[in-house]
Design a protein around this ligand. Sequence first.
Ligand code: NAD
Ligand code: TYD
Length: 356
Amino acid sequence: MAYTKNILITGGAGFIGSHLVRLMLNKYPDYRIINLDKLTYAGNLKNLTDVESAPNYAFVKADICDRNAINDVFEKYEITDVIHLAAESHVDRSIEGPMEFVMTNVVGTVNLLQAAKDFWKLNIVSSGGNVFHHVSTDEVYGSLGAEGLFEEVTPYDPRSPYSSSKASSDHFVRAFHHTYGLPIKISNCSNNYGSHQFPEKLIPLMINNIVHKKPLPIYGKGDNIRDWLWVVDHASAIDRIFHDGRLGEAYNVGGLNEWTNIDLVKYLCKIMDQKLGRAEGESAELITYVTDRAGHDMRYAIDATKLETELNWRPSLQFEEGLDKTVDWYLENAEWIDEVTSGAYRDYYENMYQDR
Ligand code: NAD
Ligand code: TYD
């Protein structure tokens, strides 16, 4: 079959990437989806078992820093478009070891940009025009005080090694547009939650610890604020921006859903007490205040007006409903959690909290 697009999705075995691969395979049978992933601790092909036998799906295990491997993929699959999600994504790990973040998030991104630029210059591979969509974060804008929202025009002010590496990659993506005319789009999204998120991030870590009656580590006073979006809604926003967003533009993605960490964890405890048949207040007794994260950003909050008005995108779920579905997924998929939290993860996690 001749496909209308051959889309390279990087990081498709990770949390957001697997939701995006699923959406694209289900919605666009005339696109071929090539998922390229190094399968780090955060990547797991079991995230895709329900769609991996689709005839229009291919998986390639490779590192985005490996230029030869990337060139081979562009040639073999005649890549028409890229949606780039592969990254080191956890702030705490970036504080412990920034270099891995520089390699994957900065060097790997520039490597992909070069490969796309060179391949698309020599090969006319798409009738509809090529797109390099870079998936980024709102953390590039820095940290807010009590008022205000991040807009697309907010100056970049990254403050953690993770956000610095993502900001750097965003700058390179823009530079390839301005310098070489590469057809790029960027999306900057707020914190995601949902199924298949590695249980080092706040929500799945807390769910897992509540289940096992382990301490719930709240950094600092728990008054830091994050703006949460259901991962499926992020995937739908990427779909919309990839298809209809303007070239060279950035779009913020978010659903106006701010929570302090402590309120969120208390709410999780409450709904999980009900689901697990525990007495009201039992899980909240596990809350333990621990040393704050170094350089902890106070507040993130996204203004997604541009995406809503220009591309008519809206989130589909209220947070309470999305969180309910998410908790149910983790409770029904204990094997998935056991698998991803065995071995190296357990060593990492236990060392980390011994230091706190
Ligand atoms: P994740 O850590 O769950 O997944 C990352 C994936 O990238 C994994 O499958 C991993 O194996 C792969 N990967 C890592 N290094 C690689 C390399 N060198 N070569 C090839 N593959 C590699 O991350 P996520 O939460 O799904 O985030 C995906 C993207 O979305 C990232 O770019 C992240 O910065 C961005 N983002 C995440 C959030 C969030 O809340 N999680 C919010 C906004 C933006
Ligand atoms: P996280 O999920 O790591 O996302 P990010 O740092 O990219 O926003 O953390 C979300 C918030 O929760 C952040 O303010 C740090 C806090 N946090 C805790 O209080 N305890 C934890 O164990 C974790 C992982 C995070």
